[in-house]
Design a protein around this ligand. Sequence first.
Ligand code: SF4
Length: 262
Amino acid sequence: MQNLATDAGYDPIALATATEKVVVDGNRRKYVQLGRPLRFYGGTTSATEVGCNLRCKFCFSDKPVWKPKATGKFYTPQQVFDGLVKTAKKHGHNLISASASEGTLGREHLHELLALVEQSEYIYILETNGMTLGADEEFAKSLAKYKRLHVRVSIKGTSPEEYHKLTGAKPDSYRLPFLGLRHLIYAGVSCNACVMISFSDDEGIKNVKRMLADTHPGILKSLELEEITLFPKVAERLKREGLRPITARRIRSKLYGRNTKG
Ligand code: SF4
């Protein structure tokens, strides 16, 4: 019988390295687009990145995650910054971000982008599943010099078993985003946690809150509980995988459909 605690699934850190070979070229990273308005945080401008180190079965992002080679184009940090600022100005947004994939792939690109944000009036929201930040404390510490940065760490599910079922990744990598949060908090980086709870019962939600409180009690104050949005392609994938969400958001309008994070 397979030992869930150790040997099932892929390693998100190895997948990060493999994906970087496809979506990163020197200081350039692949994107699908460089700035669209979203409703989050009272209005933000977001670029669509390509390449992720998880394969969440509920993920709305399709080609950027599953077909990174065939998707998007390479852009320099300056091109990405300029694209974000152009749309942010148009919509009066102070917050800029990238979404639909993993934000920490391509560290040289990310650091150069954050250095540009640092000289500007904008705040950059780094959307991450927290794997790479948990695995590498020095990486988390290296972000502490950016004061116009907020890191949003998204935890997939409420236990290692549920995480494995939802992502196909090794159950023991479930601990990495918690470690990532700890590294960020100790380094003084602005951050918060969010947990996907669409497949979780009350006991599971209590469990993940306990784990977060053990990581750092203050995290609970800014905790976001997230539900999937049932886009047709997401519903189809979940059905194929035999997964049924307990709670989900329905698509209310075309605009609502465009406003989803990765
Ligand atoms: S939900 Fe986020 S972490 Fe999961 S596959 Fe999609 S982009 Fe990656």
